[in-house]
Unconditional design. Sequence first.
Length: 256
Amino acid sequence: MPIESPSAAIDHALLVVVPVYDHEHAIVEVVAGIRAAGLPCLLVDDGSHDACAAVLRALSAGDGVGLLRLPRNEGKGGAMLAGFREASRLGYSHVLQIDADGQHDTKELERFVALSQAHPHAVICGIPAYDETVPKIRLYGRYATHVWVWINTLSLHLRDSMCGFRVYPLPPVIRLMAEETIGRRMDFDTEILVRLYWRDIAVLHLATPVTYPRDGVSHFDVWRDNMRISGMHARLFGGMLRRAPRLLRRRLRGTR
């Protein structure tokens, strides 16, 4: 069922965008949680196989659930970029991103929305509060990205750039997409956050529980995605060098 465009009178019109690739089991509960929170959502089918595609079609028959199917797999970033464009076309002002694999607690949605409504020009970025299910290699591996993000922003402000639970104000994101190339796979979350930070978009943090389901499906390719992430950090480092004087002036002014 198509998602209705928000009223022009609404200043904070939020659409939940969920990138989905072969998460046919977990996505049903995720959508149920989104709808229980009273939020409209757009499922971006990132070229899923038949079983998942059928589940997504069935879910999109319900009220407040839209479906955008990409003809081939473009990666998490590619799916989110397509979701941003569709949300903008429909007239939404904000996009809430949440993963399709059930890692994030949909009961937290109200907290993210409330903080975004109080700070509509800021990115609201989740900070994972892990339980015992987190794979230690994934937990420790995140610290390499944390350090590179601190280097590439000349700041410790961005506490976690990899969490896929966040709210974006849409206008600066659309401008960024028009002017810069953003990673389309597992490099997406970090790169878009750093580039928005460079553009003086405020980033607020919100601690949120993250659980790794035992039967969860991970599409992280250890070799390819780590190579992409390394290349992304190298690109950002070059960008930081060009912006270093302005970033340092920001630090001296005491603004992040």
